[in-house]
Design a protein around this ligand. Sequence first.
Ligand SMILES: Nc1nc2c(c(=O)[nH]1)N[C@H]1C(S)=C(S)[C@@H](COP(=O)(O)O)O[C@H]1N2
Ligand SMILES: [Mo]
Length: 520
Amino acid sequence: MKTSRADRNQRLPFFGAALIGVVALAAALAAGHLVAGFISANASPYLAVGNGAIDLTPIELKDFAVRTFGVYDKLVLLGGMALVMVLAAAAAGVASRRSPVPGIVLIAAFGLLGGFAVSQRPDLDSVALLAPLASLIAGVGVFFWLHRIAITRSRTVEEASGAAPSRRSVLLAGAGAVVAAGAAGAGGQLLAGTRDAESSRAAIGRLVPAEPAPPIPADADFAKLGTPTFLTSNRDFYRVDTALSVPQVRAEDWSLRLHGMVRNEKRYSYDDIRNRPLIERTITMTCVSNEVGGTYVSTANFIGVDLGELLREAEVLPGAEQIFSTSVDGWTAGSPVVAALDPERGAMLAIGMNGEPLPVEHGFPARMVIPGLYGYVSATKWVKDLEITTWKARRAYWLDRGWGEQAPIKTQSRIDSPKGFETVPAGKVRISGVAWAQRTGVERVEVRLGAGGNWQPAMLSREVGLNTWRMWWTEFDVPAGSHQVTVRAVDKSGYTQTDARAGTVPDGATGWHVISFTAR
Ligand SMILES: Nc1nc2c(c(=O)[nH]1)N[C@H]1C(S)=C(S)[C@@H](COP(=O)(O)O)O[C@H]1N2
Ligand SMILES: [Mo]
């Protein structure tokens, strides 16, 4: 077919052009997802860009996202990215109403961005670049193809010269591309599913410790009076990590390297750990991002081996200060060697939680747990490498993002019942909640009604250990009206929880938890 000057001036309809951009985007993302299914979910360019965005996000924004969107912060991020991409793809389509070049340039730029994000991931090797490459080819190919069909139709219709592709065949081509993209995307999802850790985890069965934790006494919580249960179920245990898609590691593929300032470098397989006499310890974990009154605190029976024992077998050399731990997704934490070596504290390499192998989102096959330290300096999930080193030699993930090097958990208390702004019957009103002071122990909890009321000691639950939280309750005679109630803990060092409000950065929030309620 000859191309005249008039041909080149032919323009696609506005919405049709936008739609071509969006369909090409869908094809690109789906093709990347399908190829990533063979390699690793994180190779999917879309997730890789999202993960990159999380790592680059300034701390204030990250804090804001967690505060505002809670556990949905990552969904919001992915949704926001999708919206921006759809708008950009539509704009690229519209910019290509005459020539496909602007659209192809924009889609290629997307592809390169995805490729860059994948190449930056520490958990992926260069094979993973096949996923963004597939995205690039599918995106450019589909765009070019749909664009040509559509432009041929508008041209031939305009000039009434010969057989134009019918409107129907243009729509069919677009619909075909969408269906193929859907199938590819779903295929990628399915494939990733067959490579996942869940089947490996299921094959392990229940973990039975040789040295079980003492049973939790019935009076260790006041769950009937509104406190949490003493042990948090695996499903309800708080979750905090930077992973957009949960790392999938099969136990049979996992190993842990212990090296650096040690006399004997070690490497452990899953069976090496599992076949040791397993111990079980009841530990309350807390996140440094927990606001006063927040929910990032939970308790479980962790099953595994003593971390200090592993270090002693490796023979830590003099001068060692830091255990620099790395997870399979490249996240890192720095923990004090002395904390891990302290037999009283009871640091663990854990493979189980409440009788089961660790849930995948809590670090399967193995994680660290060091009682008394906030999670970001002690609790590496999906851990694969322990390097014994100095504080100067290595800097962990959150250190370069404004958080402190040393982060012992601060003494805190929280009101669980009544809930903030709840309405309760006037008269005797029961107030209950939790307090924690890991490694020190909770001595006393005090509660006051109104801003100037007297501090009233609360009933404490039976103490389970220094590494765990303690429940409390008390009662006030409350007339109808609106009221304020405040709690504070006193720990066994004699320290009374400060009322000075501090934010979570750099090493944990302080201040008293205050709630308002109405009696009627
Ligand atoms: N690999 C990895 N491990 C991690 C994190 C992470 O982002 N990546 N977050 C840490 C933080 S900040 C906390 S508080 C605990 C939370 O553990 P959980 O999700 O099992 O409650 O995990 C720690 N381990
Ligand atoms: Mo945390």
